[in-house]
Design a protein around this ligand. Structure first.
Ligand code: CP
Ligand code: NVA
Length: 303
């Protein structure tokens, strides 16, 4: 089997993404029915974290155990990586010990260097640029609640960050319209917008959050200050017009969903009323990280 890395939605084909999602739903149903199988018995996943995590860390760990495998939790600072061993050498060494690597890191180049030098599958658990595992869980969640995502309209309001970049790629891969409203100076990377458009993504930039969410099927936001971006944090008054509150949600379709990858900064990008309200599916998203990533692991490891 050729090596299967899960580095971005743009690097995995639409057909494979669809089959991963179908497998995720099937595995979720079997788990809920109490069925257990151990397709990854004897396999070991190394998890490297250069940034904090709750969901990614726990869902990969539990997911691997549910599949019969094991994990090793590593942080960059505890590894020789923190004493300037190269990513390339680390990739070659880990490839001799474990069966797959999941990494959450800073620059996307570190992920690329790891992938290029590993002889085992590498999974992107978030970089400064993208967060593809999150989008797999989000698409799964949308479709559980509202059916096929193709032809629907998503609205993003807030900072133009890594989650938005993966949402832009998802718009092309899963064929939905994406309205984007961000403050000037917080735009998403052009290459993500260009790639999405070149691959069929229907991306529309709107001047205000109200315009973006108008008649949307799903409203999505995230923190105004991503991990590692604290140095370029901007005043909250810049972002306040992009806050998802009850008045903004009223502009969306009456049955619109509200999504947030979590962790949320309540009172900033979203109010309690929305995140705890009837539109919100944020804890379903969090749960589906587990199911979607088990399917990603099974795809990468041919189980
Ligand atoms: N959504 C997400 O990736 O959460 P963590 O940072 O807790 O892993
Ligand atoms: N954009 C956020 C996502 C956290 C899961 C960050 O990078 O901090």
């Amino acid at each position: 089997m050729t090596l299967r890395h899960f580095t971005d939605l743009s690097t995995v084909s639409e057909t494979d993404l669809r089959s991963i999602l179908a497998d995720a739903s099937a595995r979720k149903a079997r788990l809920k029915a109490g069925e257990r199988s151990r397709p990854l018995d004897g396999k070991v996943l190394a998890m490297i974290f250069d940034k904090p995590s709750t969901r990614t860390r726990v869902s990969f760990d539990v997911g691997m155990r549910q599949l019969g495998g094991e994990t090793i939790m590593l942080t960059g600072t505890e590894m020789q990586l923190g004493r300037s061993e190269t990513i390339a050498d680390t990739a070659k060494v880990l490839s001799r010990y474990v069966d797959a690597i999941m990494i959450r890191t800073t620059s996307h180049e570190r992920l690329t260097e790891l992938t290029e030098n590993a002889t085992i599958p590498v999974i992107n658990g978030l970089t400064d640029d993208t967060h593809p595992c999150q989008l797999m869980a989000d698409i799964m969640t949308f479709e559980e609640h509202r059916g096929p995502v193709a032809g629907k309209t998503f609205a993003w309001t807030g900072d133009g960050n890594n989650v938005l970049h993966s949402l832009l790629e998802a718009s092309a891969r899963f064929r939905f319209t994406l309205n984007v409203a961000v403050p000037q100076g917080s735009e998403p990377g052009e290459k993500f917008v260009d790639w999405s458009r070149a691959n069929g993504g229907l991306i529309e930039f709107k001047k205000t959050a109200e315009e973006a969410v108008r008649a949307a099927d799903c409203v999505v936001t995230d923190t105004w200050v991503s991990m590692g971006a604290e140095h370029r944090a901007r005043g909250h008054n810049v972002f306040m017009p992009y806050q998802v509150n009850a008045a903004l949600m009223k502009q969306a379709k009456p049955d619109a969903l509200f999504m947030h990858c979590l962790p949320a900064h309540r009172g900033e990008e979203v109010t309690d009323e929305v995140i705890d309200g009837p539109h919100s599916v944020v804890f379903d998203e969090a749960e589906n990280r587990l199911h979607a990533q088990k399917a990603v692991l099974a795809w990468c490891l041919g189980a």
